[in-house]
Design a binder for this molecule. Structure first.
Ligand code: NAP
Length: 328
């Protein structure tokens, strides 16, 4: 595994970081807890030291699974990244920005982006409880909340750093201007953003501004939630409650398949899978500090961690970039 320093912090994260959205089950057509636990443990055994989660993932379940997985491990050798600011339990009394109604275990819950000071403090205490730890390595504001001044949220984060409950603070899903505004209030460790071969929007403004200001970029959904593994073009089926039934619709399936066919020989020649090629490519892009890869079971987790061992030549990187530019 390769380890990289996050922004201006003293955090060293594994370049391939484990993402635990899917193992929460909510939005992902359910989860198998034993397989999920095995996925986290297998990641740790492969040298993945960094685990990304959020209270929203499985409405607490993902954080609980991470807590279970690390309870017999050396806490100082694991970095836990979690988030706050997506509220579903009604404790915000309708305040914040409404996101959507989320189905969870047969019931519907209104979800809000909400980052008021009291909520930050409350959510962190709940996360610490679920994670079974007394500090969080990186706490991230999950989404911008237009109803709360960013200074108020950042003040709460500063307080948590002083109290030792969090080691560093970051944001997620912040555009360039939002990121720089937050960075003025409190130097940011990172901005967690969607980034993949098929979604390179952040290359234009967010990444250059992050590099200039020493803000780490944590890239999420690098496999486009499984699409770039190629398996969904080979007949693999989704559960009816899986959000990917609509999510995958944003991509032109024919173009994606044509692209995957072009790059697959590079993977095959290295005895690697398409998913591994895609992940390694993502870790090599400018300004990307670490790449979050979700895995539902140990097999996926091991394969994803091993992606770091691939080596890609300048020629291969150039070929992939040219194909992407031509097709999309
Ligand atoms: N900040 C945010 O707003 C935000 C949003 C989204 C994600 N994230 C973070 O980023 C992490 C990664 O993103 P993601 O989970 O959305 O998507 P992803 O990493 O692009 O894809 C993960 C999914 O792809 C499939 N997969 C993984 N490895 C595979 C392999 N080796 N071969 C075949 N299929 C494989 C698995 O689902 P199946 O087996 O079911 O296909 C897995 O759940 C999340 O877990 C979360 O920590 C953050």
């Amino acid at each position: 595994m390769e380890y990289r320093k996050l922004g201006n912090t003293d955090l060293e994260l594994s370049a391939l970081t484990y993402g635990s959205f899917a193992i929460g089950g909510t939005m992902w057509g359910g989860t198998e807890k034993k397989e999920a636990l095995d996925a986290i443990l297998a990641s740790l055994d492969q040298g993945v030291t960094t685990l990304d989660t959020a209270p929203f993932y499985g409405f607490g379940l993902s954080e609980e699974l991470i807590g279970q997985a690390i309870k017999d491990r050396d806490r100082s050798k694991v970095q836990i990244l979690t988030k706050f600011g997506m509220v579903w339990d009604g404790s915000n009394n309708g305040k914040g920005d409404f996101m959507w109604d989320q189905e969870h275990e047969g019931k519907s819950y209104p979800v809000y982006k909400y980052a008021a000071k009291a909520n930050v403090i409350k959510e962190v205490d709940e996360s610490l409880q679920r994670l079974g730890t007394d500090y969080i390595d990186l706490l991230q504001l999950h989404w911008p909340d237009s109803t709360t001044p960013i200074d108020e949220t950042m003040e709460a984060l500063q307080r948590l750093v002083e109290q030792g409950k969090i080691r560093a603070a970051g944001v997620s899903n912040f555009n360039k201007n939002q990121m720089l505004e937050a960075h003025q209030a409190l130097p940011l460790a990172s901005n967690q953003m969607p980034y993949s071969m098929l979604n390179r929007g952040i290359e234009k403004e967010v990444v250059p501004a992050a590099i200039e200001n020493h803000i780490g970029i944590i890239a999420y959904s690098p496999l486009e939630r499984g699409l770039l593994s190629g398996k969904y073009f080979k007949g693999e089926q989704l559960q009816s409650t899986d959000h990917r039934n609509s999510y995958f619709g944003r991509f032109d399936a024919e173009k994606v398949q044509a692209f995957l066919r072009k790059i697959e020989p590079i993977a095959l020649e290295k005895d690697a899978t398409l998913a591994q090629l895609v992940l390694k490519w993502t870790t090599l892009q400018p300004g990307i500090t670490v790449v979050l890869a979700g895995a539902r079971n140990a097999q996926q987790a091991i394969s994803n961690a091993k992606a770091i061992d691939l080596s890609l030549s300048e020629g291969e990187l150039g070929f992939i970039r040219r194909e992407l530019t031509e097709l999309f």
